[in-house]
Design a protein around this ligand. Structure first.
Ligand code: GLY
Length: 372
């Protein structure tokens, strides 16, 4: 187990390293000897749904993850146990069981996880029939030499790991909303496949505007990252993805560097919102790289949002003022336990520290949501 080094020990390790020692020798029988800065504040950060859903239990995602982590559980185990609450909650329509289905009415789930200290990662995409894709992603990390399994292969892997495979992950609520969307797109009037796809997207946005779908959840997702008092950093992202997506569409959540990135001793970043924007710019990787260069979590996140604005050229993706017409949020922490939730438009994020769980306003690039 790593512990905080006192100043004399740190100076000794630093001197040995500077003198050309290949690896700092374990101190007092501990290995490896790492510089752990004093004053790390343990924290778990998540999208706002991480402090909203309880799945009938007493605690939210960030509360469970923070408690497990500070009681000594592995950071990633703690975070995954946290997001499992949200994945299993039938009322949460953007993640796991009861998540928005694709255009054919099938719930297809994406998830990824990264273990900072162990430099390991795992992910699944377009997985059907398993309520907790984050746990399958963790098994990919633990049991295989790979980082990403998709579709039928991911499901076969999950079955072989003992996961229950269900015929249908829809709840009555998710099915009813999908049927409403089907009714609106009326494919008989859209012979051109491109126009039909556009109509499907517009029908979805119309349902957001009417309040049938939470605008934060059209693209779904929960991201959750944590750092413990030893400075160990991990993260997990899990989603049902874009509501009524083309079957097989994979968003940013299972792609390392896009919907999640963790670098131990540096920081973590994860995302919710329009996955395509993050896939184009590998935004989570960019944010962690900016943290490494000394930027604060808030500055790094706002810079990633500015890059997304610069990369958004298509008119269909801009509002009348020329701003993106979609939301992207980032949840960021660094190795000291400083954190920030940032977003394109005003939003909320969840955090749990020694003070307890809170839902806070993000720092947004633009002060108001786009006009339509
Ligand atoms: N950010 C979730 C998605 O686009 O699938």
């Amino acid at each position: 187990m790593t512990r905080t080094l006192n100043r004399r020990e740190f100076v000794a390790v630093g001197a040995a390293t500077l003198a050309g020692a290949a690896v700092a020798k374990p101190l007092l029988g501990q290995a490896p000897a790492l510089f752990v800065p004093k004053g790390i504040r343990p924290v778990v950060i998540a999208s706002a749904n991480g402090n909203r859903f309880r799945n009938g239990g007493p605690v939210t995602c960030v509360e469970r993850a923070f408690r497990m982590m500070t009681e000594g559980s592995d950071v990633l185990d703690s975070l995954v146990a946290g997001v499992n609450i949200v994945e299993l909650d039938p009322e949460e329509l953007s993640v796991g069981y009861g998540g928005y289905p694709n255009a054919e009415g099938v719930v297809q789930l994406d998830a990824s996880c990264m273990h900072g200290p162990r430099k390991r990662a795992g992910a699944v995409a377009a997985l059907e029939g398993v309520r907790t894709p984050s746990l399958v992603a963790q098994r990919v990390m633990e049991e295989t030499d790979h980082h990403l399994l998709v579709g039928r292969g991911a499901q076969d892997f999950a079955r072989s790991m003992g996961f229950k495979i269900e015929e249908d992950l829809n709840t009555p609520k998710s099915r009813q909303l999908w049927l409403e969307w089907k009714r609106r797109i009326d494919p008989d009037h859209w012979l051109d496949p491109k126009k039909r796809a556009d109509a499907g997207f517009r029908a979805g946005l119309g349902m957001v505007a009417e309040g049938l779908i939470d605008r934060e959840h059209f693209y779904g997702t929960i991201n959750c990252s944590g750092v413990n008092t030893k400075g160990e950093i991990c993260g997990v992202t899990t989603t049902s993805g874009l509501a009524w997506k083309i079957p097989g569409r994979v968003g940013d959540s299972p792609i390392l560097g896009a919907g999640l990135y963790v670098e131990d001793r540096v920081g973590a970043a994860g995302s919710t919102g329009r996955g395509e924007a993050n896939l184009y710019g590998l935004s989570s990787f960019l944010i962690v790289e900016l943290l490494r260069q000394g930027r604060t979590p808030k500055d790094a996140g706002l810079e990633a949002l500015r890059r997304i604005v610069a990369n958004t050229l298509e008119r269909r993706l801009r509002d009348p003022k020329g701003r993106p017409n979609f939301q992207v949020d980032f949840y960021i922490l660094d190795a000291k336990g400083d954190y920030a939730g940032v977003s394109m438009f005003p939003s909320k994020f969840a955090v749990c520290t020694e003070k307890g769980a809170e839902t806070l306003a993000t720092s947004s690039l633009f002060p108001e949501w786009p006009t339509r």
